[in-house]
Write a protein that binds this ligand. Structure first.
Ligand SMILES: Nc1ncnc2c1ncn2[C@@H]1O[C@H](COP(=O)(O)OP(=O)(O)O)[C@@H](O)[C@H]1O
Ligand SMILES: [Mg+2]
Length: 251
């Protein structure tokens, strides 16, 4: 059975003054997939996510999330999606539990429901032992895991993670990538995540999109991009770096 389309972008464009941060973007993301949004800094990844989330209005073009328009039906869309921003902020003077409780209340989740979720998320994110410590003293990796817990609190159907591994050490990075993979496979969540790091996207994505200077220059399963872009045959090896350079030169 063909998977359902959960995100649909048509000719999506965002201009800041004369500069186009995103130009005529056409893209579909299917239910349950891990979509890796790849591109160098300034490519338009964050801007694209903000438009999908309904947090910034497109200059032109169309966004649909579960067939809803995030600009007009923001509340409904926000109930179904979670978002980890690039620089996630917490209340440093509160502990992990306090932060999660606060976010749950902001999202209208009653305490009797959030209580259980918070405890199980603290366990899942490996934060249970530190849950009573002030978040101000957390490492970057712990803060990122708390950020993921925050995203999962409302049990979203799609999680948007903007550069979720930025600032993490190699061990923290691997753990985060494994975690993203398990969210997709065990919770059947659709994941849309961005990164400027090729090997990370390669490791966990079902499909990737390559953004360069506001243009989506390629999208599809990596193996397909390799065949098309590099003229490789099935089974021949490639690195994402090679694919990236190939499309980068053509953009
Ligand atoms: N609020 C804004 N005002 C003006 N220019 C912006 C704004 N947000 C992003 N841009 C510009 O749009 C382009 C894309 O930025 P961004 O989406 O943040 O890229 P990425 O997330 O891929 O690094 C960049 O040139 C950036 O400077
Ligand atoms: Mg960004």
């Amino acid at each position: 059975m063909e998977a359902k389309t959960v995100i649909q972008l048509e000719n999506l464009t965002k201009r800041y003054g004369r500069q186009a941060a995103v130009s005529n973007l056409n893209l579909e993301v299917k239910e349950g997939e891990i979509f890796g949004f790849l591109g160098p800094n300034g490519a338009g990844k964050t801007t694209t996510m903000l438009m999908i989330l309904g947090l910034t209005e497109p200059t032109s073009g169309k966004v649909r999330v579960f067939d809803l328009n995030p600009t007009r039906e923001g509340m409904k869309v926000k109930q179904m999606i979670g978002y980890l921003p690039e620089n996630v902020g917490f209340y440093d003077d509160m502990d992990a539990r306090g932060n999660l409780r606060y976010i749950a209340r902001l999202n209208g989740i009653p305490d009797n429901i959030s209580d259980g979720r918070i405890e199980s998320l603290l366990n899942d994110m490996d934060l249970a032992k530190e849950a009573d410590k002030k978040v101000g003293g957390y490492s970057k990796g712990m803060k990122q895991r708390l950020g993921i817990a925050e995203v999962l609190l409302k049990e979203p159907k799609i999680a948007f993670l903007d550069e979720p591994t930025i600032g993490l050490d190699p061990d923290g990075t691997n753990k985060m990538l494994d975690l993203i993979r398990s969210l997709s496979r065990e919770r059947k969540m659709t994941i849309f995540f961005s990164s400027h790091l090729l090997d990370q996207v390669q490791r966990i994505s079902d499909r990737v999109g390559i953004m360069i200077a506001g243009n989506l220059v390629a999208a599809g399963p990596l193996a397909e991009l390799a065949e098309r872009g590099l003229g490789l045959k099935e089974g021949e090896s490639y690195t994402l770096e090679e694919i990236y350079m190939k499309y980068f030169k053509e953009a």
